[in-house]
Design a protein around this ligand. Sequence first.
Ligand SMILES: [Zn+2]
Length: 177
Amino acid sequence: MSGPDSAVGPAGPAFPAVRRDDASASFFDAAACGQLLVRRCPASGDVLAPEARTCPSCGSAGLDDVVASGRGTLVSWAVVHQAPVPSLAAAVPYVSVVVELAEGPWLLARLVESDASGLRAGTEVEVRFVRSGEPLAVPAGEVLPAFAVASRPGEPVSTRAGVASETPGAGGGETST
Ligand SMILES: [Zn+2]
């Protein structure tokens, strides 16, 4: 399999290294395989964001991991010009997006493969997976979900193809330089 896209500029990686902890291990293991995990409460059926630890409806802490479609719609976005922390200095300007997954939860992530021009609330997006940190770093940074404007709105997303394919000429400052 081809590795996830990674983008490294002269001043550092576009995605600073992210490390797992015990609670996030299954999420990052799945992301490395091209799957976006969300959580589901078996008691109430609520589908929750990946970071959820308890169900807000019934209070259960026995949440299951389930694989999301990777498809969603844009709720909001912001173009970040000034790095909020030093590790993001090489990444600016970048676009942060709030995505409502098809399954319901909202995710905060980065937009890749394009800039913010042409975005609107409701734009269809689909997940991509990017390797955080320097490509040869040991240990390697975790693979993160990011989102791209859906290439063919309305068709099922293939996350595996999303990992393997490049988008030449798509523009934007996230995937090159
Ligand atoms: Zn519940």
